[in-house]
Unconditional design. Sequence first.
Length: 331
Amino acid sequence: MPLFAPLRMPIKRRMQTGAVLVWISGIIYMLGIFVFLCTFKALRPLIIIYLLWAFMLDRGPERGARPVKWYRNWIGWKHFAQYFPMTLVKEGELDPSKNYIFGYHPHGIISLGAFCTFGTEGLHFSKRFPGIKPQLLTLHANFQVPLYREMVMAHGCASVSKASCEHILRSGEGCSVVIVVGGAQESLSTRPGTLNLTLKKRLGFCKLALVNGASLVPTLAFGENELYEVYTAQPKSLMYKIQQFTKRTMGFTMPVFNGRGVFNYEFGLLPRRKPVYIVVGKPIHVDKVENPTIEQMQKLQSIYIDEVLSIWERYKDKYAAGRTQELCIIE
């Protein structure tokens, strides 16, 4: 493959790259717009009012966000899905009268499959699962950046806090949450050709399901880990210590990675053009338990893990033919 992209490129591919760039660089240009607006003295009183409202009064991230239908349906998100391309694989029907907790695996670098599937209509989720209203949950830190927070909430993304989860699940029929279960720790295990899941110690989502009587839906993305080249930090290295410190203090961390650029194929922040298959498994029915015990949570977790492994076995030879190892639940 050449280092630089050809000057003559089909407009369709340019639009696909542009759509991905819109999301990847969102925090940069939204923050840039905010700083630019701050240079106008006439706008400063309004900016102060906005900041006070956003960071002291607004409960949007904890109250189901503010999804904007036309924005989620923007044609650009279909180009986003075609860039890789991404494909949604549906294993079973979901009852729109019930509530669900989708567990998404793996985290990858920035969970692009989860964003495309649940944060947009790029894969026509609402048509494939009528009546189901999923909301992708993310770290509260994403709502601390002026203007960018509004962009994130327009996708329907809400805080991953307990209060936020319960508010959404109790908002009505079909209201569901999407949790990237492995979180920041799992992102450090991202390696092309592998699927290492941080799942053994994750009981919070099982408790949430039991307390609210919400069915669990395991969702496994084949190809999420292939989108970036990742540089491994050894456990005793300075980089690894910095990553762990960042995770403890800020709630998130980031492995050292490399993708491609807009005009080159070898380095940059854009993901590589690799196919991603998001398999939405069959729901695991959960009876409501107001005060679940550790044993009940562990039992549900065991059932859930078995279903994740089952999905892997059914599709690994089709969607992960180039793997270097089998799925591994590391912690």
